[in-house]
Design a protein around this ligand. Sequence first.
Ligand code: ZN
Length: 183
Amino acid sequence: MPAFRIPIKHCRNCGAAVAYRVPDDGDTRERAICPACGTIHYENPLNVVGTVPHWGDRVLLCKRNIEPRWGKWTLPAGFMELGETTVQGAERETDEEAGAQIEMEDLLTVISVPRVGQVHLYYRARLLSERFEPGHETLEARLFAEHEIPWEEIAFRTVRETLLRYFEDRRRGQFGVHNLEVL
Ligand code: ZN
């Protein structure tokens, strides 16, 4: 069991206490299995989706009003919800955290973070105005040029890597999709 997930205690189907063991079907990992109804509970990585909102040569960062990393700067991003696409999720998070009006553009980074069982996807997004209305998860939302980015105060490595790729591509005059790993 990876340490970052709370172990499953009860069956989602019938409520009986589950036991962790390797299923008999040729599987190689331990799963929470229900001895009463046989349900196998598979646990898989979660997707975090976000944007790099840009306005001229500046990008929008949000100062976190929540733990972890309270008071640090981040790009708008959060867990994808069931029933939405990655693009919809990234757009929703940008609205919730920054209250920013955007036009979604192409994917910029796909970052595997196996240590916490997550995959982060960041899209470029063109800001349609300089007016922001940060939600309760954000202390402040403001634009930064590359030389103004508070690199020492960036909340997460995935955000740092995404910002680095954004500015590199921007200087080169060509944006790509970057497949990265944070180990
Ligand atoms: Zn059950």
